[in-house]
Design a protein. Sequence first.
Length: 699
Amino acid sequence: APEQPAPPTRTTCPYCGVGCGVLAQPDRMGGATIAGDPDHPSNFGRLCSKGSALGETLSLEGRLLHPAIDGARASWTDALDATAEGFRRVLDEHGPGAIAVYLSGQLLTEDYYAANKLFKGFLGSANVDTNSRLCMSSSVAGHKRAFGSDTVPGTYRDLETADLLVLVGSNAAWCHPVLYQRMLAAKVARGAKIVVIDPRRTATAEEADLHLPIEAGFDSALFCGLLVALAERGALNDGFIDSHTSNFTAALDRAREIAPDVAATAAACGLNPTDVETFFDLFAATERVVTLYSQGVNQSAQGSDKVNAIVNVHLATGRIGREGMGPFSLTGQPNAMGGREVGGLSNQLAAHMGFDVESIEKVRRFWDAPRMARAEGLKAVDMFDAVERGEIRALWVMGTNPAVSLPRADAARAAMRNLEHFVVSENVASNDTLGAGAKIRLPAAAWGEKDGTVTNSERRISRQRAFLALPGQARPDWWIVTQVASRLGFAEAFDWRTPGEVFREHAALSAFENNGGRDFDIGALADLDTRDYDKLEPIQWPAKTGAARKETRFFAKGGFFTPDRRARFVAVEPITPAATPTRTFPYRLNTGRIRDQWHTMTRTGRSPRLASHIIEPFIEIHPADAAREGLVDGGFAKVSSSHGEAVLRVRVEPGARQGALFAPIHWTTETSSDGRVGALVHAFVDPQSGQPDAKATPA
Ligand code: SF4
């Protein structure tokens, strides 16, 4: 009988935070046919252009397939010995403050867990940060201030049952396409209204019932104005405020100072007062409202305040944790959430614990850790500044390209050249970060070759499963960490043989001595055997030991994770933009993604179909500004800031705001020598979250 093909492998898309389920059918030639997984509750079979082109991105061209030391091919034994030896030397000579690891929202939870445990528990350094710092750390800080925990209260289903969807700083049509399609379907089926708050007339704004082209940076003023309007229209939920929150009066008083009425709000935000009034009316009159926010909120010098201004209006109306209601953070990367869960940020420990004495002790006991970090480490921008100053001497970069993606990218690239010990684990054989003097190159397994879990924007943990053999000498990142840990004398604590064993430990830690004090608890998954882990269906957390596994929401009846179990209203600070335009740099440069590319295009750049959407880096500019600068559509512009410059194709765009520029982030020195816009971006960070402002650099 003819041989039947094996069933496709159920895995998860490696791109955005929607976390779509994917079916991959290998073709025995190193490729695979890709389809959406109809049984995955995040996408029900849909894929966007990027997801559906995954089969075109599997070639091994340009891959890093063997370890190297100082540019010469090396054995794994030598490369791991040298990696461990370098960290040991710097640690012995300069202490834990001189070492760091910089991770990625592309890593799997198991990779993240292993790296975090090694550095924070066994090397004594909390200098463990991630490119997710550039992506959603303002949401983390905002959530923790309001809820006492980093909790996304709702689920994707709420987007389909809401009557009003407010998208703030989110071009979901391009950046979270499958979720956006679910919203549009609800709009058609139920007549839900969509409001988009964004300086640009994006593809998302095109479909909105109302677009508020706000001046970059002023979102919290708009939501302060909304809080005042809700109070004046009698649209507050006094019962919820009284029973479940604190600090309401201070927040409302501050909101009145910042945005006392519609006219003042509109003036502060550069908006038409009639549009502002319409938005306030809609919000006040609609019970089922979800407010979604993404990088336009997070990547801001006041990102945390923006998040809290949004959360404030949901707390004030009691519209949280109930069907079709709530504030909703859209995470950018496939596993930004998983990274948060294991403590991949330098100011978190593990399982959503912080650096308080009790949590440090808990984690130390659980790990039996010999050298526990006792204080927060450096956040991304500070970490690379410390590299620049020579204070961090040994750095391990895993699966990310900070020489392109960090603000002041030229300075970051130059700083890395100072490192005494510089290790990069990567899929690709060359990029800007490897080129910045990486001494040791470790070939990491890529999507389709490695096994583990990711968590999407609605707290849903899904399996990524391998369907291709490991190529060359590539190995999973978690395995690389175990080998280095073992050479540093910690073999017993890192004695995992499979990613399932790492996951079980992570799940057990989440439940360890947790008496309802933490939101993140997946204790029910701590005893999965290998078969259960392999077959794990997508599951939302929490998944507590003994509790039924079902779709979950938080906070409908209070139960916040603050000491008094009440949500805190935050009195946001008056808006002071990080930097104001000058005569030399009169525009505000906004950066972001385009529809068909992902990060630095290491994967999406291999698909001709995706590359044909937009073929080169560009600068978007309003027609009046273009005319003033003597620029024509299709010509070139040199764009400069105090930090660097880029030469970009001009797109004259009537939907742009006057005085605002937009450029995509994807191009690198290798793909466009003049189009690396990270070099232009200033390094102002939100004081609460440490997340840099990537939306308003004077240029
Ligand atoms: Fe992948 Fe996001 Fe597209 Fe889904 S929406 S297929 S997760 S890129």
